[in-house]
Ligand binder design. Sequence first.
Ligand code: DAK
Length: 262
Amino acid sequence: MTPTTAPECITVRTEGRVGIVTLNRPKQLNALNNQLMDELGAALKAFDADDDIGCMILTGSEKAFAAGADIGAMASYTFADVYKGDYITRNWETIRSIRKPVIGAVSGFALGGGCELAMMCDFIIAADNAKFGQPEIKLGIIPGAGGTQRLPRAVGKSKAMDMVLTARMMDATEAERAGLVSRVVPLEKLMDEALGAALIICGFSLPSVMAAKESVNRAFEGSLSDGVMFERRIFHALFATADQKEGMDAFVNKRKAEFKHQ
Ligand code: DAK
């Protein structure tokens, strides 16, 4: 059996049915390295498989959600190294396979791979000190974990081009105005706000929450009519759940629904 070791680059805890992962490389402003991405992926997968968890929060420190991929770790790589090794593709996008909601609670810098990781969360709640950016151009590279694709979808072509080409950072106010984040709150309220949202989600039927996530994500793949048909079929399927009966019966009888997540 493989021995399990405690994670070193993240911390993991729960609050009720909420699983919370905190990036924890403070000296490097949570720069993302191979070990951190392995640990993050494993923690998210464990929460996804845990029946006692209904929603997750991914967060960092007050100063940095994550300042990007670890530049020191990749500085000496050659094209052959990164191409042959499919550089960090293996463990970078595990978060995209997570079926329960993941809320990004972002304070401080979310740069490069850190911004890309935040954008892979289902939605972002930002502290008022958050700064988002794709500064890879300053290093002679471009975003490599979806930044050139997710940023334009979130904020439109003009702002995305501006950020990717000039490396300028976007503050929390601009990020909310542009649609990159769903809410901005004072720094000291960030975790309360994220936890409040997560607990609301946890109160709903998990199958319908997962179906809603899957359907919204479908909006970013393929045509509108295919997306609407996908939504329609999932909508129909939810009438097979006990929670649909419970939710509608509770409304009709003016009582609180008691979802069993089935
Ligand atoms: N990597 C490694 N160390 C970093 C770092 C990073 N990205 N960002 C900061 N640090 C370290 C600094 O080197 C410094 O270490 P010491 O000198 O104390 O040992 C410490 O964190 C504190 O940083 P500063 O002293 O610079 O702090 P300041 O407040 O003055 O400045 C800053 C904060 C965030 C503005 C600055 O540190 C900065 O510009 N950092 C670099 C930001 C950046 O360029 N990020 C993009 C990196 S490239 C892919 C997936 C992902 C990616 C690519 C491919 N695939 C799946 C294929 C992603 C690429 C990137 O993210």
